[in-house]
Each structure stands twice: as C-alpha cells, then as structure tokens.
Design a binder for this molecule. Structure first.
Ligand SMILES: [Zn+2]
Length: 88
C-alpha cells in the first residue's frame, strides 16, 4: 500500500490531499516489512519452517499477493522437506 486508503494520494504521515493521519498505518506496514525481511533471511538460509512463520507474521500486519505466494511456497516446500526427512 503506497497510497492513502481514503483518497489514494501518495502515502505520507499526514495525507497531503485529505489530511488523514496515516502514521499508525505506516507503522503497521513497516512492521510487516520487518517480518518480510526476516522471512527472506530464513528463506536464503533454507529454513522454510522459520520463513513460513515469518511470512505468516508479515501477513498478519499487511497482506500482499507476493507474501501470500511466498508463504504458500514455504508451506509446500516445508511439507516436501518434512516428507523427505521422514523417509531417511
Ligand atoms: Zn488521503
């Protein structure tokens, strides 16, 4: 979300068009981005379980299509990895 949810002007702490106070919204988006960064770091390390948990946390703050797809990927890959390890 890069725009004011009310008038769709560029996102800013106080909307330049409608004057809405958007600081709480920006903080929520930033928290989601922190979780996405954490998820990405776990993904790079190959820790799909932790990445999945972090993508879920990110989604709890701000749902995006990309994060949903990556969460789905981790859920599937984590399941495949778990099946693989139980066969050993
Ligand atoms: Zn606005």
């Amino acid at each position: 979300m890069n725009t004011c949810p009310i008038c769709h002007a560029k996102l800013a702490p106080v909307c330049s068009r409608c004057g809405a106070e958007l600081t709480p919204l920006i903080r929520i988006i930033q928290q989601s981005q922190v979780w996405l960064q954490t998820a990405r770091d776990y993904l790079v390390q190959g820790d799909y379980r932790q990445a999945l948990d972090s993508f879920r946390q990110a989604q709890s703050y701000h749902r995006t299509t990309l994060a949903q797809q990556l969460e789905s990927f981790c859920r599937r890959f984590n399941g495949v990895a778990s099946e693989h390890f139980t066969e050993l």
